[in-house]
Design a protein around this ligand. Structure first.
Ligand code: AGP
Length: 610
């Protein structure tokens, strides 16, 4: 996720911008830049890599001014490079942007056809051209921004500087965060509170649809749809700078659990063709011959990403009727696997740097497989090794325990299975319409799960002395049982085991007594009655039971000691929904036990060694 800082005030904007961008480094980036207003037109400085490189560029080639904008770029369209670094300029308009312009291809083609020269590969540069044209037509910068946004589809936090105005910036927000600091004779716009808090604690949280104009001693917010003035009272933020980086959450992991609705939205939005009831994966460039000759899909990953592989296997077979398998990278790489030109390998990795997955992919490529990677980091090792990459847009995941990366991986494998089903003819248009409509509901369903965080914390408090736990799930929810157990293990250090619910009687039931709580994934629908039987088997042996159950289930409370409620959803999407209470449960257990939630002992965020 990119970082933005915009400043207008009495001080030199350059140090304010650089210090602000430094506080946004946690958002992850691969290049940075800034622009300052001057009589001769905005002066730009940009650099690839870390902020230190931009600081060196500014020292080498100093600039100063009381009006400026800055940006750290997390590349989505266009590789990390000085040319693609923000700000971008055209005809007196200079912009920085966080988000994705979905219709960037058609806009760029139309602008190029109208004679506009482009100097970058980014979607953002398009905004500078559109605002320029509108400003030439209407002569008012805020109105020009409003008109330009009528043509833009997607997500954005945009901040705009114009050579004509030494005293103001304009901005807009749609799905990407933007906050306004109201200081003494200064105003600062930024992607997040940490960038502002050293200058002012009076902060306005900009909302979707807001258009903003800031000057040194005033600001204006209007709704871009109605034109109505929005009177927002600044909040006095008391967070410490450390808390501010976590958005007021105690840990990055909790912040990232709560970011999941946004992350899912960002991951699926540009991939769904609603009218055609189809999925856009053309950029993966899977040859037609590979699809017609396809005999098997082989999912490969490690850890949490392997659990996404297991869900991918179920979905691929269910929707596309293509034989699919899921395997752990460290196992796959050494067993001389049966893979050839008829195999599509799908490697899943948040970091794109996991050594065992990389080695497995190399093994598969040697045997002629076509390799697709699902990854959260642009241009990481695995995307560069693969024939095609389907990127998740979870944004940087700081907590070692993977949460938003996992659920965006589930969204990605769901899209892939629907796409494959449409091409194999096993999913017709009507069915695809239902499947994709259901997928688009997931962010709001997740919000409902997140509302129960405090109730889940109370259950965690009740069981925080447990030394062992069992997680049970069937079919699509078996991988979720594995994931719930892994989350609990890796951050609370409580031993936990995920098991197919039907397997419990083949051994693990010997573990059950009043000291071993069991979490059972039992939403209404597929296998509900079977799982309820398993719950009763546990209860019959005095085992405490926590059930993940539908909020419309009138019976579960008589069987389970505690219930984590989830909203009804299409069964194929239940892993994305049912994992959220388990993430929260693991988080609260660990937080109550006082372990290092974001950096658990012995663990690394990316396992780049065997
Ligand atoms: C998940 O919470 C763990 N941090 C770990 O299992 C992780 O999923 C695994 O190391 C794979 O990492 P990757 O997704 O970056 O390849």
């Amino acid at each position: 996720m990119c970082g933005i800082v915009g400043y207008v005030g009495n001080d030199n904007s350059v140090p304010v911008i650089l210090n602000g961008l430094e506080k946004l480094e946690y958002r992850g980036y691969d290049s940075a830049g800034l622009a300052v207003w001057s009589e001769q037109g905005a002066m730009l400085r940009r650099a690839v890599g870390k902020l230190e490189n931009l600081r060196r560029e500014v020292e080498r080639n100093p600039l100063a001014g009381t009006l400026g904008i800055g940006h750290t770029r997390w590349a989505t369209h266009g590789r990390p490079s000085e040319m693609n670094a923000h700000p971008h300029r055209y005809g007196g308009v200079t912009v920085v942007h966080n988000g994705i312009i979905e219709n960037h291809r058609e806009l760029r083609h139309a602008l190029e056809a109208a004679g506009h020269p482009f100097s970058s590969e980014t979607d953002t540069e398009i905004a500078a051209h559109l605002i320029h044209d509108e400003f030439e037509a209407c002569g008012d910068l805020l109105e020009a921004l409003r008109r330009a946004l009528l043509r833009i589809e997607g997500s954005y936090a945009l901040v705009v500087l114009h050579d004509k105005y030494p005293d103001r910036l304009v901005a807009a927000r749609q799905m990407s965060p933007l906050v306004l600091g109201v200081g003494q004779n200064e105003r600062i716009l930024a992607s997040d509170v940490p960038a502002l808090i050293s200058r002012t604690r009076n902060i306005i949280f900009i909302e979707d649809g807001d258009l903003i104009e800031i000057r040194q001693d005033s600001h204006r917010i209007v709704n871009r749809h109605t034109g109505e003035e929005q009177h927002r009272v600044p909040k006095n933020i008391t967070w410490t700078p450390a808390m501010a980086e976590k958005g007021g959450f105690k840990h990055f992991m909790l912040k990232e659990i709560f970011e999941q609705p946004r992350a899912i939205g960002d991951t699926i939005r540009s991939r769904i063709l609603v009218e055609e009831a189809d999925v856009v994966l053309d950029d993966l460039k899977i040859p037609e011959a590979r699809l017609t000759g396809l005999r098997k899909v082989q999912f490969i990953a490690c850890g949490t990403s392997y659990h996404a592989c297991l869900v991918g296997k179920y979905l691929m077979e269910n929707l596309a009727q293509v034989p699919a398998d899921a395997e752990i990278g460290s196992e796959f790489r050494y067993r001389d696997p049966l893979v050839s030109e008829d195999t599509l390998v799908v490697a899943i990795s948040q970091s794109g740097e996991t050594a065992d997955t990389i080695a497995a992919v190399n093994e598969a490529k040697k045997k002629g497989a076509w390799v697709l990677t699902i990854c959260n980091v642009l241009d990481a090792s695995l995307p560069r090794l693969s024939h095609g990459t389907l990127y998740t847009h979870a944004g940087p995941e700081i907590g070692v325990a993977s949460t938003k990366a996992f659920t965006t991986q589930l969204a990605a494998v769901y899209l892939l299975a629907v796409w494959m089903g449409r091409r194999k003819g096993t999913v017709d248009r009507a069915r695809a319409q239902v499947l994709l409509d259901s997928l688009m509901q997931v962010p709001s369903l997740m919000e409902k799960c997140l509302e129960h965080s405090e109730a889940i914390r109370e259950t965690a408090r009740h069981y925080m002395d447990a030394r062992n736990m069992l997680f049970l799930g069937r079919n699509l929810l078996y991988p979720v049982a594995l994931e719930g157990a892994l989350k609990l293990k890796e951050i609370s250090y409580i031993h936990a085991e995920g098991y197919p619910a039907g397997e419990m009687k083949h051994g693990p039931i010997a573990l059950i007594d009043e000291h071993v709580p069991t979490v059972a994934l039992a939403p209404l629908g597929f296998c509900y009655d079977k799982t309820l039987s398993n719950v009763q088997e546990v209860k019959a042996r005095r085992g405490p039971v926590i059930a993940v159950a539908s909020d419309t289930d009138p019976h579960i409370a008589q069987y389970a000691d505690r219930v984590f409620l989830v909203p009804q959803c299409d069964y194929l999407l239940s892993p994305m929904i049912c994992v959220v209470p388990l993430q929260l449960f693991a988080y609260h257990m660990a937080d109550l036990k006082g372990t290092d939630v974001d950096q658990p002992r012995n663990l690394a965020k990316s396992v780049t060694v065997e």
